[in-house]
Design a protein around this ligand. Structure first.
Ligand code: HEM
Length: 168
């Protein structure tokens, strides 16, 4: 087994995409909970859920950003793929900054069971950048085809099995 597979995932089964599901899902839940608290749907429990979900999202981001970075450093510098991936990275780091800011700015409100207006704005801004970054991540994979094997005729049992294929 190659050491690289432990940190980047197997060919056809990279590590970054499944971790992005966890991260984006957690931040999306936090954003929905913040809105729920602000509009008065279960205000206090939703405020608690919002803040805790942001912290979980930040923890998940550490793994997600690390695996993304390990793939990013292998891209040819200055290429069109590199440009898209780099803007994706900047959007995701900006989103992370806003969510981190919301955690600090919103801690006092969280202990009182509310989402402060400042922390709410930071959360919404974070979600806007997260969505933009997710769109660009989709461009990296589904437009540029990064880490896609595209073995259309691969037998189903081999496609599902963790059999390493060569990546282009
Ligand atoms: C909050 C952090 C991040 C999130 C939520 C995120 C999300 C995504 C998403 C949704 C995709 C498309 C994959 C798919 O549709 O399944 C993607 C791909 C990608 N991202 Fe990120 N990303 C994050 C951080 C980063 C960082 C910091 C970098 C680079 C330093 C990076 C580099 C890449 C690369 C190279 C790909 C192409 C697919 C791959 O390598 O597995 N990402 N990302």
């Amino acid at each position: 087994m190659k050491l690289e597979w432990l940190v980047r995932g197997l060919p056809g089964h990279p590590l970054h995409p499944p971790l992005t599901d966890l991260t984006i899902g957690t931040y999306a839940f936090a954003t929905i909970a913040a809105i729920g608290s602000k509009v008065g749907i279960s205000e206090h429990p939703a405020a608690h859920a919002w803040w805790i979900a942001l912290v979980v999202g930040l923890c998940a981001t550490a793994l997600t950003a690390t695996t993304g970075f390990l793939d990013w450093i292998g891209i040819e510098w200055g290429s069109e793929l590199w440009k898209t991936a780099t803007v994706h990275m900047l959007a995701m780091l900006t989103a992370t900054g806003f969510f981190l800011g919301a955690v600090f700015a919103g801690h006092h409100g969280y202990t009182a069971g509310t989402v402060s207006t400042g922390a709410f704005v930071l959360t919404i801004l974070g979600f806007v950048f997260l969505t933009t970054g997710g769109w660009l991540g989709g461009s990296v994979v589904f437009v540029h085809g990064m880490r896609v094997l595209n073995l259309v005729e691969e037998p189903a049992e081999r496609a599902a099995a963790p059999v390493p294929e060569r990546e282009g």
